[in-house]
Design a protein around this ligand. Sequence first.
Ligand SMILES: C[S@@+](CC[C@H](N)C(=O)[O-])C[C@H]1O[C@@H](n2cnc3c(N)ncnc32)[C@H](O)[C@@H]1O
Length: 383
Amino acid sequence: MTRTLEDEFESATENAALVELLRQRIDAEGVITFHDYMETVLYHPQHGYYTTREPMGRQGDYLTSPEVDPIFGSLVAKQLQQLWELMDRPARFDVVEQGAGSGLLARDILRRTRRRAPDFADALSYRIVDVSSSLKRRQAETLAEYEVEWSDDLPQKIDGCLLSNELLDSFPVHRVVHRDGQLMEVMVTHENGRFEEVTGPPTAKIAEYFADLGFWPGDGCVVEVNLQAVDWMASAAQALQRGLVLTFDFGYPAKELYAPWRRDGTLLCFYRHNPSSDPYARVGKQDMTAHVDFTTLMRTGESHGLETTGFTTQSRFLAALGIGAGVDSVAKESPEALEEYYNRRRAVQVLIDAAGLGRIRVLAQSRGLAAPALIGFVDQTDG
Ligand SMILES: C[S@@+](CC[C@H](N)C(=O)[O-])C[C@H]1O[C@@H](n2cnc3c(N)ncnc32)[C@H](O)[C@@H]1O
């Protein structure tokens, strides 16, 4: 794709319709929470980032694991196949993928299953849940040759796996400051043609959130609280009848996420693969993301009847599923495969990079399975 200077300028500026919409809302309400600002910027149905931009991939703003190489989806498929076997090969096995981006993870799971495990392919019923109308169109193109269904909400009674990759870290977050024994919430106002931050009393559930954790963020720290992820976990747990909730996301256990030395939280913005910490730049044209609190996710799942079965890093998960062997097999195929071998090796390094995608956490929560020995978690640690 060739970009003109005009394209560059157009994409680097903000989305004017979105700014106007936010300005009007702030005029009407006085201030809005950072959460409401982020929600509008990312997910407004007409003007939001996820509707108007090409978010992920090399041409987009950030790279996710399925965009790096099909080996990621292929190894996830191997884990799903083992789960199906542990569940005694039911005639129907649901995979519900929430937040499917461009649909590559679905494609690679379905492709590997069709080629390598026809019995499992016959049982597999794949459904995508996504909020972005433009990404749903993109998914339909990617998946034209596979049988996939779509819905706007999580279906009830999932027998199989509820899967997501970098869904929760894309949810809008509340930002909270702890100062002198008080929690205050970051609010957004608009003055002199610019968005500005002020603080106000926190949304009611935030104090409860830290009371449940049993500690507060360090004094002077700004942190993110992802209340939507907690609600999502509760509905995910209720939807899962038998099988696994398998979640890949950037995040930490709460003690690490809210450590006193992490003064400014984890909120990051991405524009064409360049990170920045300014959520008020390029409004609607850059991604925003914040790391997830896995302690609260595990506890929420447990309080709704799920068992925490595995928690590890993506690099360990992929290693346990044989990512190294996948590369070697390419090399053995033929001398002409050498280029592919080097490409694949580079992709593997990106997927397991301890400073990048490899530090994504993988959480497995189960219902109705007796202590399942999942291949991806044999070498698990608490992260
Ligand atoms: C960061 S992208 C990740 C996409 C994909 N999983 C990948 O790894 O490339 C987040 C995805 O979640 C979707 N999404 C965000 N909030 C959602 C929600 N509440 N329900 C369903 N999908 C959602 C977005 O439209 C997008 O497809």
